[in-house]
Design a protein around this ligand. Structure first.
Ligand SMILES: O=C(O)c1ccccc1NCC(=O)[C@H](O)[C@H](O)COP(=O)(O)O
Length: 207
């Protein structure tokens, strides 16, 4: 069934939804609890670079499993055309961060007062090439110092598949990660999260 509803029909449900939880606060709490980058688990059926990633896609079941297994926050794709997402997959639209891919974008964002959250995308959105060293590159030197001074939470985004990848971006300075493909393509979301971090993070405390 094709799901399509005009935006005005979402007004009621959105107004009735519980207040938005503090996205940045949830990331900080998770990082403090586990000592690992907080997980933003992405609920996406398909993407422009990968096509359909998961045929058997039950967004609610997947989201619940992500939460139960230690995800600090969820990212739910609503775009229909490219990601096969839907507003039905989302109870409420809450919080937004700023995403950057290169030095120019990072410098622009760092000039904005009050920025709390910056996502560094390891995917070039024009060529779809991925390279996780992009995160390290954008956090080196003076940029990293400004980010630390401003107490900005940096999210490493895209192409994270293994505990080594997580360690790499954590050592580069991220306190959260946005992960889609590597989780969504596995049947069991709980095992997928534990495999990504190399351990069960649902009850993990910082060591
Ligand atoms: O994922 C894509 O193919 C894509 C193409 C063009 C614009 C945005 C795209 N993805 C959005 C995202 O930010 C990623 O889904 C997110 O970082 C998770 O990436 P991954 O873990 O590699 O699925």
């Amino acid at each position: 069934m094709k799901e399509r509803r005009p935006l005005y029909m979402l007004k009621g449900p959105l107004e009735a939804a519980p207040p938005a939880r503090d996205f940045v606060g949830a990331l900080k709490a998770s990082y403090d609890r586990t000592g690992l980058p907080a997980l933003i688990a992405e609920v996406k059926k398909a993407s422009p670079s990968r096509g359909v990633i998961r045929e058997n896609f039950d967004p609610v079941q997947i989201a619940q499993a992500y939460e139960k297994n230690g995800a600090a926050c969820l990212s739910v794709l609503t775009d229909e055309k490219y990601f096969q997402g839907s507003f039905y997959n989302l109870e409420a639209i809450r919080n937004a961060g700023v995403q950057v891919h290169d030095e120019r974008e990072m410098d622009r964002v760092l000039g904005i007062d009050g920025v709390q959250l910056i996502g560094i995308n390891n995917r070039n959105l024009e060529t779809f090439e991925v390279d996780i060293t992009n995160t390290k590159k954008l956090l080196e030197g003076e940029r990293g110092q400004v980010i630390a001074q401003k107490d900005v939470i940096v999210v490493g985004e895209s192409a994270l598949f293994t505990p080594d990848d997580i360690s790499f971006v954590q050592n580069a300075g991220v306190k959260a990660v946005l992960v889609g493909e590597s989780l969504i393509k596995q049947e069991d979301p709980g095992k997928a999260i534990a495999g990504l971090f190399g351990k069960d993070i649902s009850h993990a405390g910082a060591t």
